[in-house]
Design a binder for this molecule. Structure first.
Ligand code: SAM
Length: 237
């Protein structure tokens, strides 16, 4: 079976959305990966198909019911499948390229998208214990729902799957892959708006080009991301 994502959401029509286009969309059509959506509302228990309710303790907003969400997970996630079970949440582990690589190396993921104020904590606790649920955040921002976060995560994983990104787009030099932000790119025209392309890139000296690119990557990382720079400097000794 190809790498498979199952997305539990109140808005299945948001998928594949942007993932139906370009590299990921072609790969989806070619069967290099598979995407399933599950409408959480299908697991509602009453005739009004209620999925949320007011918070105990009071306050604004609505909370997704644990029984409904848990039934949806139980119906579509087999804990012994080897697939990771992830809840997109601003309180989660920050998504980064190491986690993306781990996910791409596995058989797939089950993603749970929250809405409103998020899931009742008991559903999170139960599936953490029972199914290894992990909370993942795409960054220190608050989205109105987990769906855009799921799309971000899937885009990052899918482009790493074998056969998805062709030779014309290299993965090796991408930002973060070597602990650095990437060096700057240039293409034609050679002179644009009074701005020439750096001479070294036209020199034809591969070693000098490689050295220049590394220096640029180091300089931009040092200036913009002291956190990455510190880790890189340490690993380089
Ligand atoms: N009350 C929650 C809090 O402050 O942590 C925010 C809930 S948010 C309005 C609704 C849903 O969007 C969340 O349950 C989660 O699934 C998703 N979401 C919001 N921000 C996110 C982020 N940075 N990363 C991943 N998912 C996010």
């Amino acid at each position: 079976a190809p790498w498979t994502a199952t997305v539990l959401t109140l808005f299945p029509e948001m998928f594949p959305g942007p993932l139906g286009h370009s590299l990921g969309g072609k790969a989806l059509a070619d069967g290099l990966w598979a995407l399933g959506t599950v409408d959480i509302r299908a697991y509602a228990r009453d005739r009004h198909r209620t999925v949320d309710d007011t918070p105990y303790g009071g306050g604004a907003g609505m909370v997704m019911r644990p029984d409904v969400v848990s039934d949806a997970i139980a119906a579509h996630h087999a804990p012994d499948s080897g697939r990771r079970l992830l809840y997109l949440s601003p309180r989660g582990r920050r998504l980064g390229q190491p986690l993306v690589r781990e996910l791409a190396a596995g058989p797939g993921v089950t993603l749970v998208c929250g809405r409103y104020e998020g899931l009742d904590q008991r559903a999170i606790d139960a599936w953490s214990e029972r199914g290894g649920l992990e909370e993942v955040s795409i960054g220190d921002v608050v989205l109105s729902g987990g769906e855009p976060a799921a799309l971000v995560l899937l885009d990052a994983v899918v482009r790493l799957l074998p056969g998805v990104t062709g030779k014309t787009e290299s993965l090796d030099n991408d930002s973060f892959e070597d602990g650095l932000l990437e060096y700057p790119h240039y293409t034609r025209p050679r002179d644009w708006d009074g701005r020439p392309v750096p001479d070294v890139l036209i020199s034809g000296h591969h070693a000098r080009v490689a050295q220049w690119r590394r220096e640029q990557a180091e300089a931009i990382t040092r200036a913009r991301r002291p956190d990455l720079w510190a880790a890189y400097a340490e690993s380089e000794g």
